[in-house]
Structure formats: structure tokens, C-alpha cells
Design a protein around this ligand. Structure first.
Ligand code: APR
Length: 234
């Protein structure tokens, strides 16, 4: 691969599965345990904020105990050793990419580590467990919420993401089911930019046929092997 090639990577819950964090749509996944409309929509939060805080508090506690796996570390290695730009865009709200050594990760669905004021938009570091009516440190409104992008809300960094996709020489989607837009269409944007596209997933995603290359298996095995190949050294 060209030394200066720009690599754009999209990750989903599958890259954190082997770190013990649940995925959404696998057997017994988070959306089998909770109704999306109850815990991942603004309407659900307005209806029952305690339930929503409970859902994210449990995920925050679990994420705090999780360790990065070889897939997270391999992407950090790629960022450190590849001479061209390596951009990591994640749909995940955990901090395992950063814990694995990655830099400038674009969390398009927000982060468990962040709290947001629903009234004034102020952001602050979320406590491990948030309570309903948490006063905003800036405007004191009792409107603290997880800084996570819910269904029906605009994902973050979209302009920057499309600019990266337009310049991509190589686009990889890792551990994502390709079921949720706009992330599921990033492969099409990259393809339009002339990038080589590869999917690394446990099994074919809904978007598999739109990738030029597909590698199946657990991310902790497929991603380190893929990175070693890209760098031309084990
Ligand atoms: N290694 C690689 N891939 C895996 C592994 C693994 N160990 N385990 C599971 N996978 C794959 C599954 O095959 C599946 O295709 O990861 C994918 C996980 O898909 P989802 O559970 O749908 O997660 P994701 O694609 O990240 O969901 C996207 O949907 O609900 C919203 O906001 C939420 O960010 C999330 C978005």
C-alpha cells in the first residue's frame, strides 16, 4: 500500500465485543434486552429519564471495567506506524480505542464519558452514575443527560467525516452490522472517492456486498493480521 495512503476506519460494537461489552443486534444483544424507543430516543428520555440514566449508568460502569483488546491496539499501532493519515471514526460510546492508544477518535454517536445539558448545550465529564435532574454546571437547569446521540438526533462530526471519506485511499468497516445510517453508507462515499473498501466482521454485515474485500473472524484476530499486512511487517 502507498506509504502516504489515507486510511479511514469505521468501527462498531463488534470491535469491543471481545472486551466484554455487549453489541446491539447479536443474539441477546442490548436491543434484545431493552426497547430502543425507551432508552435511546429523546422521547424515551422525556418519558422516563430514570430508566434512561439507569441504562447508561450500567453501560458506563461496565465500560469502566473493560480493557482494550488486540483489535483496538492494532488500530493504534496502524496510526502510530503508517506514514499516511489514519482516521478512526467510531459508532461506539466506550473509550477503548483511546485506552488502546489511538488518537483523535471521532465518536459520531457521542461518549459515555460525556454529560450534556439539554437546555443550554453545556458539556462536562459525566459522573460514573448520572441521576435525573442533575443540575447543569453552567446554567443550573436540572437537565443533565448522557452526551450520546439517540435515534432521531444528528450524529456528531458529520462534515469532518464526509471530508475524510472524500480523501480516503482505503476504507475499512470493523465490527458493525451496517444497519444504522448514516454510518452504513460511509462505504459508498469511500467507493465514490475511489478508495479500496474492506469489511472486517464476525460474519457478513448488511452492507457486505458493497465492500471490495471482506475478512471474517473475531476482530482480535482479523484486525492485527490486517494491520501487520498493511505495514508489511508482523
Ligand atoms: N469481532 C468482529 N465482529 C463482531 C464480533 C467480534 N468479536 N462480535 C460481533 N461482531 C459483529 C456482529 O457480527 C455485527 O455485525 O459486530 C456487529 C455488531 O453490530 P451491532 O450490534 O448492530 O452494532 P453496531 O453496528 O455498532 O450498531 C450501530 O446502532 O443502536 C445503534 O447507536 C447504536 O452505535 C450503534 C449503532
Amino acid at each position: 500500500m502507498e506509504k502516504s495512503a489515507k486510511i479511514v476506519i469505521l468501527t462498531g460494537a463488534g470491535i469491543s465485543a471481545e472486551s466484554g461489552l455487549g453489541t446491539f443486534r447479536d443474539e441477546g444483544g442490548l436491543w434484545a434486552q431493552h426497547r430502543i424507543e425507551d432508552v435511546a430516543t429523546p422521547e424515551g428520555f422525556a418519558r422516563n429519564p430514570d430508566l434512561v440514566h439507569g441504562f447508561y449508568n450500567a453501560r458506563r460502569v461496565q465500560a469502566a471495567k473493560a480493557q482494550p483488546n488486540p483489535a483496538h491496539r492494532a488500530l493504534a499501532r496502524l496510526q502510530a506506524e503508517h506514514t499516511g493519515e489514519v482516521v478512526i471514526i467510531t459508532q461506539n460510546v466506550d473509550a477503548l480505542h483511546e485506552a488502546g492508544g489511538a488518537a483523535q477518535v471521532l465518536h459520531m454517536h457521542g461518549t459515555l464519558a460525556g454529560a450534556l445539558c439539554a437546555v443550554c448545550g453545556h458539556r462536562w465529564p459525566a459522573p460514573l452514575e448520572m441521576q435525573t435532574g442533575q443540575p447543569c454546571p453552567a446554567c443550573a437547569a436540572p437537565a443533565g443527560r448522557p452526551d450520546v446521540v439517540w435515534f432521531g438526533e444528528m450524529p456528531y462530526f458529520m462534515e469532518e467525516i464526509y471530508a475524510h471519506l472524500a480523501e480516503a485511499d482505503l476504507f475499512a468497516a470493523i465490527g458493525t452490522s451496517g444497519e444504522v445510517y448514516p454510518a452504513a453508507a460511509f462505504v459508498d462515499e469511500a467507493h465514490l472517492a475511489g478508495a479500496h473498501t474492506v469489511e472486517l466482521n464476525l460474519e457478513p454485515s448488511a452492507a457486505a456486498s458493497r465492500f471490495g474485500e471482506r475478512r471474517f473472524g473475531p476482530a482480535s484476530e482479523t484486525v492485527p493480521a490486517w494491520v501487520a499486512e498493511l505495514l508489511g511487517r508482523p
